[in-house]
Design a protein around this ligand. Structure first.
Ligand SMILES: Nc1nc2c(ncn2[C@@H]2O[C@H](COP(=O)(O)OP(=O)(O)OP(=O)(O)O)[C@@H](O)[C@H]2O)c(=O)[nH]1
Ligand SMILES: [Mg+2]
Length: 520
């Protein structure tokens, strides 16, 4: 797939990307060899099943005899006379922000909703963190815009900025996209340079009066971002990217009261209460900033690029700033919390009276995180690969020259051709279809970013099918064991639709076992 040359001079970038893909693939092979012995031992431990009583070990496939054929009970199951638990490792793979952790939350919601209930209060500071980060990014962008040398055109006025503002040149529709009022990219790299329709904001370091007042009131809130992140992160701050802080996944696993030792509050550490009070005190200012016409202008012309869920949280600022705020399920699904490393989640699923233990491995998807996946490959019985097909106009945060769809295709190639994964079942989720629809209906043209798309119609049906065909082709050409590929279009924020898919995928994977074992 050819990506547009605005960010990547396609030939040279392609060579760099190919070299990178080969390097990653070689490193994976190397690590595999080195860890083979260790993996074999882990495999024996994990893929076998321990009977709860008696301590004897049986093979994972044996109980499937019993699972789908109640007329002839498994002799193995019968001999134990207890409910057995099958272990089943599912890895969620894909680039950063593809929706892996959101899918994990959907699994949790479906199979362990009580667990999610318990964790609900612990999401509160993360929601705060998402809001404060968005406010900080808005102020930073305004700071940047206002620091530009004053133009001949007057800056936006405070009372009716848009009336005094004229865009200097007609914009193509895709330069003025903003989903749900917010821009759609986390990368934070500013759009190009030179003359822009928002250059009217430039004022040689002088802020508009009303925005300056808002900033003064909001700076104390922004100042607690790092300590909040540090608290969430157990005191560890990992720097990188425009955001400056990342938060380790798994913080919520032990239940909110034990996350922060010494804190008796079920809502988290003391800083959390402080942040809640600060947010309550500044909610009007946050709202005014978010709805300020200058901010809207920056969003419209994509000079300001926030995280995808920022608009959701900022639109809900008054609800979230309530003193007794408890995150809703939608809030939890919308939260952005980058995963570092690999986080294991365990769900017990009952199928025809037999308990199946799904071990879900949720991994960090950024390039610097991918080496950590390797030790888990040998434990995986299925891979769910997530590719956000709305990302055709976005670039990797860790490599701004690489188009995100291109990266997904490369990564999928590596996964399909990886020897250690040759026996795993493969499920592809073409995710973020809701955002894809929004972008296309806002007039963003695929051709501008993916030149090979050419003059095909810019409709959801055509575009989604085009991307699907590319992923299927990658699979056809590279799949090491010619496995079946289950492909789904998904929108991870849609609870009903996603849960249907979760059930279908689970059943399909288990059926495949039966077929593989010649049990049908
Ligand atoms: N609109 C929309 N947003 C989504 C969808 N799936 C995930 N998101 C949002 O995208 C953001 C990133 O999702 P995550 O699940 O954290 O991504 P990830 O793949 O786990 O990312 P890493 O942990 O960095 O590898 C979150 O704010 C989610 O709410 C989707 O289908 N539609
Ligand atoms: Mg994640």
């Amino acid at each position: 797939m050819a990506v547009a040359s605005s960010y990547s001079d396609s030939q040279s970038t392609r060579r760099i990307d190919d070299a990178e893909a080969t390097r990653i693939s070689n490193r994976i092979d190397e690590e595999l060899r080195a860890e083979k012995e260790l993996l074999r031992r882990r495999k024996n431990q994990k893929k076998d099943v321990k009977a709860p009583a008696g301590g004897r070990i049986i093979n994972i496939l044996a109980p499937f005899l019993d699972l789908f054929d109640r007329s002839s009970p498994s002799p193995v199951a019968g001999s134990f006379g207890v409910n057995m638990c099958l272990k089943h490792g599912v890895m969620l793979l894909g680039q950063a922000e593809s929706g892996k952790s959101t899918l994990q939350k959907q699994f949790q919601l479906y199979y362990a909703s009580n667990q999610m209930e318990k964790e609900r209060p612990a999401w509160r500071p993360v929601v705060y963190f998402n809001i404060i980060k968005a406010v900080r990014m808005i102020l930073e962008e305004l700071d940047f815009e206002f620091s530009q040398p004053a133009q001949s055109r007057p800056p936006l006025g405070s009372s009716s900025p848009q009336s005094s503002y004229q865009a200097p040149s007609p914009q193509t529709p895709d330069e003025s996209y903003s989903p749900g009022g917010a821009a759609a990219e986390i990368n934070g790299h500013r759009n190009g340079g030179g003359a822009s329709p928002v250059s009217g904001l430039a004022s040689g370091g002088v802020w508009q009066e009303d925005l300056a007042q808002l900033r003064t009131k909001l700076l104390p809130l922004v100042a607690v971002e790092n300590s909040l992140a540090s608290d969430l992160n157990g005191g560890v701050t990992v720097s990188g990217g425009r955001a400056g802080v990342f938060v380790r996944a798994g913080w919520q696993g032990a239940g909110s009261s034990s996350i922060w030792p010494g804190s008796s509050s079920s809502r988290g550490p003391p800083v959390n209460d402080l942040v809640a009070r600060m947010l309550a005190a500044t909610r009007d200012e946050v709202d005014m900033l978010w709805n300020h016409s200058s901010v809207r202008t920056l969003l419209k012309y994509r000079k300001l690029r926030l995280e995808e869920s920022a608009s959701f949280f900022l639109d809900n600022i008054h609800r979230i700033a309530e003193p007794d705020y408890l995150p809703s399920t939608d809030d939890i699904l919308n939260v952005r919390l980058q995963t570092l490393g690999v986080k294991e989640h365990s769900f017990d699923i009952s199928l025809s009276g037999t308990s199946v233990n799904w071990l879900l491995y949720d991994v960090g998807g950024a390039r610097g995180q991918r080496h950590a996946w390797v030790p888990y490959f040998d434990d995986a019985t299925a891979i769910i690969f997530l590719a956000p097909i709305s990302a055709f106009d976005q670039y990797l945060e860790e490599d701004p020259r690489t188009n995100r769809i291109d990266d997904s295709l490369q990564l999928f190639t590596t996964i399909c051709s990886n020897k250690l994964l040759k026996n795993t079942h493969l499920v592809l989720m073409l995710n973020k279809t809701d955002l894809l629809r929004q972008k296309l209906s806002a007039g963003i043209r695929v051709k501008k970013y993916i030149t090979s798309y050419g003059n095909r119609p810019n409709t959801y049906e055509e575009v989604s099918e085009y991307f699907r065909a590319h992923f299927l082709q990658v699979h056809r050409r590279n799949d090491i064991s010619k496995r079946a590929l289950y492909a789904h279009f998904t929108s991870m924020l849609d609870i009903k639709a996603t849960q249907k898919i979760i059930v279908n995928v689970g059943e399909a994977i288990i059926r495949s076992y039966i077929t593989d074992a010649g049990l049908t």
